[in-house]
Design a protein around this ligand. Structure first.
Ligand code: MTE
Length: 588
């Protein structure tokens, strides 16, 4: 990515706290990471910036800046460490002068580095801090025992939107994601904004043995809950494009039932075939040691991603997902074909019509979550389907299926069974509620009185989609902004790569082509997402609202429908219309 362009563009962006509030009800649960995080070298995470940088290191970008030398990037990276924390992409000069001033100040004033208790300052409670989320009430954050007022800082630095994501709460969970940010200089700088102490610890919830959800894992505070029991949540869209591989703790969570607590020693994966009754069982150790480990980056997307756009047309039943019930992770484990072969099953020869995947999470009647795919789909993907025991090189977190889940690339999230304990070849598809009576698409005249779930097949491959992750809805640009940088993701089911993302700043009258991140997978087996970016000129002398739109085309030239009205359905699934974000340019 053209770094200088991004700095300049970001510096023209002004945060809008009300916009953030409107966008997400719980500000304190939003992340602090800057768009500039992409300039930091994060191991494992190959981002669009890095790949585009190497692909076009001597090219000129749309704003006329040239990528010159790696040294230049190093310099920028150094300066942007602070920016990455405060989302301060446009404040390099400010940083330089302020850094000097603060060092001098802290030497003089015996400030406690690292958020220690500062004698002589008032002590606040967590609920005091929580009240300070807006400019009007002042914006406070905490770090260890420190309370900091960052209002003046963010107000005077347009582009510093991401620190607001931690407003009214602790910035630590966000720093923990990227340890590199915890540099002495940055902590010192934060100390300069110190207003008080906090000694209170967040209360642990008492364990209720009658609550089936009491043993659910803790979630990252950035995850915005869509429901708490069962837990469902998504990350804020503004951090989605920070990493090609979505960090495990920021990956959306879609649970229908309590999260099982699995004992690895007794874990078994049973393989069976209806009819001959063939039966084999593998331990976790077998899966790890007896098979070749395959790794592939695969997108999981909930069928209800972007449901909130459908809800605006007419109410639907379902969680009110924004644009982030989607994530891309590298999944590792044996491929299904190897496992079946070892169990003496040749998927090309079997007569059964379906392959069923059973989970360990059970409803109150004792029925487990289960899903199935047609055998012909399993044959097509047999060497791509992964019986995964790793997510992004780590053991799969409990929320995402520890210790083993099935990953079927290119299809809907609902079939990616977590806590996998059985694989069955059967003549019938799964009879599970979520296979039979949910996750199916209907036209907009079907309602709950006339719906016949038997009349259409279960959703498998998902349609092409794309979404704008930055700027977020309601952002105010600086009055003198002459362009805006727009970023997002695009993805299509069935392994169809993305060939084009179109962006418009005039409500769809005219279009620009976004720059796509270089493909990382074969075009006909593109299971990961494609990031894209475009810098759009603001129409001359324009003031007020601007609607930004994106739409993608996949390898089959499937395109997104222009409006959500025509694809509305009673469950709010398959919501893939052009994505629209409204921002504004205030009068100076
Ligand atoms: N597997 C089990 N066992 N239980 C579930 O509730 N939810 C499904 C699928 N697999 C589910 C499951 C749905 S609807 C989705 S979208 C994905 O898991 C979500 O996976 P994630 O929570 O790892 O993002």
């Amino acid at each position: 990515m053209p770094i200088l362009a991004s700095i300049a563009a970001a510096s023209t962006r002004r945060f809008n706290l009300n916009a953030l509030k409107r966008n997400r009800s719980c500000l304190s649960s939003l992340p602090i990471l800057g768009s500039s995080v992409e300039t930091l070298k994060l191991e494992r995470n190959i981002d669009i910036t890095q790949s585009q940088r190497s692909a076009s290191s001597s090219s000129t970008n749309t704003r006329g800046f040239e990528h010159e030398h790696d040294e230049h990037y190093k310099w920028i990276q150094h300066k942007m460490v602070f920016a990455a924390i405060f989302g301060l992409t446009g404040s390099v000069l400010y940083w330089k002068s302020r850094n000097g001033a603060i060092k001098a100040a802290s030497a003089k004033s015996s400030l406690q580095p690292g958020g220690g208790v500062q004698p002589g300052l008032p002590t606040y409670t967590l609920s005091d801090v929580e009240k300070h989320k807006t400019k009007e009430k002042r914006i406070w954050v905490t770090y260890k025992n420190g309370v900091y007022d960052i209002t003046d800082y963010v107000t005077s630095h347009p582009g510093g939107t991401k620190i607001l994501l931690a407003a009214g709460g602790s910035i630590e969970p966000y720093w923990n994601m990227y340890g590199v940010h915890k540099q002495g200089e940055i902590v010192e700088m934060l100390e300069e904004l110190r207003i008080g102490n906090i000694t209170e610890k967040p209360k642990e919830q008492a364990f209720d043995k009658n609550d089936p959800y009491a043993n659910d894992p803790k979630r990252h505070p950035a995850i915005i809950p869509a429901s708490s029991k069962p837990f469902n949540g998504e990350p804020p869209s503004a951090i989605l494009t920070d990493n090609f591989l979505t960090p495990n703790d920021l990956f959306y969570i879609r649970n229908h039932l309590p999260v099982p607590d699995v004992n690895l020693k007794s874990y078994k994966l049973d393989i069976s075939v209806q009819g001959p009754g063939k039966f084999t069982s593998f331990s976790f150790d077998d899966l790890k040691r007896k098979f070749h480990k395959k790794s592939t980056a695969v997108v999981l997307q909930c069928a209800g991603n972007r449901r909130s756009e459908m809800v605006k047309i007419k109410p639907v039943k379902g969680l009110n997902w924004g644009t982030s019930a989607i994530g891309n992770a590298e999944w590792s484990g044996p491929c299904l074909d190897d496992l079946l072969k070892q169990a003496g099953i040749d998927i090309d020869q079997v007569t059964q019509k379906h392959i069923l995947f059973g989970g360990m999470d059970k409803d109150p009647a004792g029925s487990p979550y289960e899903a199935s795919i047609p055998i012909e789909l399993a044959r097509l993907l047999k060497r791509d389907i992964i019986v995964a025991y790793e997510m992004n090189g780590q053991e799969i977190p409990r929320d995402h299926g520890y210790p083993v889940r099935i990953i079927i690339p290119g299809i809907v999230g609902a079939r990616q069974v977590k806590w996998l304990t059985s694989i069955k070849l059967s003549n019938e598809e799964s009879m599970c509620h979520w296979q039979q009576n949910d996750y199916k698409g209907f036209h907009s005249s079907i309602d709950w009185n006339n719906v016949n779930f038997k009349s259409v097949p279960a959703i498998m491959e998902l349609p092409v989609t794309s979404a704008i992750c930055e700027p977020i809805e309601g952002t105010d640009l600086a009055p003198d902004a002459d362009d805006v940088t727009v970023k997002g993701y695009a993805w299509s089911g069935g392994g169809r790569g993305i060939v084009r993302v179109d962006v418009s700043i005039d409500g769809g009258k005219t279009w620009d082509s976004a720059t796509l991140s270089p493909p990382k997978q074969p075009m006909y087996k593109t299971f990961a997402w494609t990031f894209w970016e475009a810098t759009l000129p603001i129409p001359k002398n324009h003031k007020g609202k601007v609607e930004i739109i994106c739409k993608a085309a996949d390898l089959s030239y499937n395109v997104q429908p222009d409006s959500v009205e025509g694809i509305w359905n009673l469950r709010g699934v398959l919501s893939n219309a052009w994505h629209r974000v409204n921002i504004s340019i205030p009068k100076s």
